[in-house]
Write a protein of this length. Structure first.
Length: 226
């Protein structure tokens, strides 16, 4: 079998085969002009994108200043909010260690942990003396503080003190089991506000509160640490 190698040179398209040198010069000049135009267009688009991004940040900052002041402060102070992603739980059992990766199993294990981590005794201590030593020491009255400071502790507040306390309460706080938020108390009408004030005064005079007020909902929040 015989192979014939054609070494006559590269094969150009017809429109280039008959082109003259000055035609190539015009083509190169045209390509150069197009390159300059494209570069100018690219710079223009980059500036437009940068300007729109800056304006979007400004609009977001103004919106946060009006509607979400905490986010505005964090942004102004360059704070970063760290979060914990709980995507696995290791149960360090002596004989059957287990690694949980299922979201449902992780949620249930976290609930069980916080429900049973601190045992609740069926007969809580009735006095400070019955507390464990660690806590009884914490509740011992301070020797350098006069007991007289507690003499007026249970005195009912004045109406001005009550209104000042209500107005100083923070908004957007989670309510208790009653689902009564601070915002609701701030917007009570005159009659309801007076009834609530009388109830608070009665609680202080009787040194007692309704049983439901003793209940609270505690949400453990995982936070990162160094």
């Amino acid at each position: 079998m015989t192979f014939i190698l054609d070494i006559r040179g590269p094969i150009f398209p017809p429109f280039l085969r008959d082109a003259r040198i000055d035609d190539f010069a015009k083509l190169l000049q045209t390509l150069e002009n197009m390159t300059l135009l494209l570069r100018s267009l690219l710079l223009l688009k980059e500036k437009e994108f940068q300007a729109s991004s800056i304006q979007a940040k400004i609009d977001a900052r103004n919106d946060n200043f009006t509607n979400d002041i905490s986010t505005f402060i964090e942004s102004a102070l360059s704070r970063t909010r760290r979060r914990i992603v709980l995507d696995r739980v290791f149960i360090d059992h002596p004989t059957h260690p287990t690694l949980l990766t299922s979201p449902d199993a992780i949620d249930q294990e976290v609930i069980d942990h916080f429900q049973n981590f601190v045992p609740i005794t069926s007969t809580p201590p009735s006095s400070i003396q019955d507390l464990p030593e660690r806590w009884s020491n914490a509740y011992i009255p301070l020797a350098d503080v006069s007991p007289a400071i507690f003499d007026s502790l249970m005195d009912p507040p004045t109406l001005d003190e009550w209104y000042s306390t209500i107005s100083s309460m923070l908004n957007d706080k989670a309510p208790g089991p009653s689902m009564i938020s601070y915002e609701m108390l701030k917007h009570l009408g005159p009659s309801a506000s007076t009834l609530l004030f009388n109830l608070i005064c009665a609680c202080l005079l009787e040194a007692n509160i309704p049983d439901l007020w003793r209940q609270a909902t505690v949400f453990p929040i995982l936070k990162p640490h160094e």
